[in-house]
Design a binder for this molecule. Sequence first.
Ligand SMILES: NC(=[NH2+])NCCC[C@H](N)C(=O)O
Length: 409
Amino acid sequence: MNNSKGIHVYNEIGKLKTVLLHRPGNEIENLIPKYLKRLLFDDIAYLTQAQKEHDKFSKILTENGVEVLYLTDLINEALIDNKVRKSFIYDFFNEVKITSKNLRNTLMKYLNNMSSTELVRTLISGIKVEAVPSLKNKSLADMVREKVEYPFYLDPIPNLYFQRDPFASIGSGISLNVMSTPTRRRETLFAHYIFKYHPRFKEVIKWYERTYEFPIEGGDILVLSPKILAIGISQRTTPEAIEIIASRLFKSNESFETVLAFDIPRTRAYMHLDTVFTMVDYEQFTIHPGIEKPLNVYSIRKSNKNDLYIKFEQSKLSDILKKYLNLSEVNLIRCGGGDYIAAGREQWSDGSNTLAISPGVVVCYDRNYVTNQVLRQNGIKVLEIPSYELSRGRGGPRCMSMPIIREDI
Ligand SMILES: NC(=[NH2+])NCCC[C@H](N)C(=O)O
């Protein structure tokens, strides 16, 4: 592991130096069709294949000089102190509303017998009722719970391999996000403990906290330049959260001057801005044609009196990007080459969700061959990873990764 401390992310495309991933594990094997919708997954995935694909993703990154950190390692390193470990477990119980004293004690005993690695793995993959010794002296809540015949005390966390979302690196700090659905809220506990206790990360400043009121998720946050952020107003991210982050950033010593808020349609297929718009080179972006017409963009800037100055941007997207990023040309590369059918199909499997590892070099799913071809025609180097299973969770290479350090450009 390299020794650089903290976070450094001032752009979307500068050479990626360090990135955070989570390799999918048994949480995927605990999904059943009945609960898919609530757990925000679209199909039953085959874990062995998903892991192969994820390992390939990680290998491509490593081969390109990126330091890959795994969430499970960081959290293990953060939980060394026994008191911290206990409070992490209690936070999990509180998050899923395990309130019965008896059940809390029984589960605590069950978890306390585990090594730290096992504990973390279990909290992620879920706790099956049958795995825990049966309760003695049941409370009313325990009895009611038993009648429901739900197989888990703790649900699996199948979306954890989408490390883009629970927190987002912005400049030298992070937004510790408020997830919009209950199923993903436990995910932010990992970041909460890492950024509080891990020696490498505990000094990092937070622009947003998981206890705030308004949802915001990392897939909506794009650091376009040291001065400009783009944040989606989406199914998952609220305008109120964007205002709070903007004003925290503008009051800090950071270089950010403008937040462009992209108002995108609220739909499952476009749950975050990065499912329809990513940056691939200095002046090139991918975009899903399905959002171009309904897109409204607002600019948020610092006004003199420490207030926010908010304006609706009248121009078309390429002109807005030219103006704020100081570019003479902007090329919007359309998902599926702009073809209605290909764009719809490939966006669904994250064709516009690219992860840039340096200017003009991106990691993409192999299945989106139309979009990948168009990217190449525009001079972009596309590194493909297999995507039979990973794509069933509705997220691509950008969704699966959180940059920790990027080189400035
Ligand atoms: N940054 C992203 N686009 N992440 C995709 C997350 C997908 C995940 N199944 C969810 O619905 O939350």
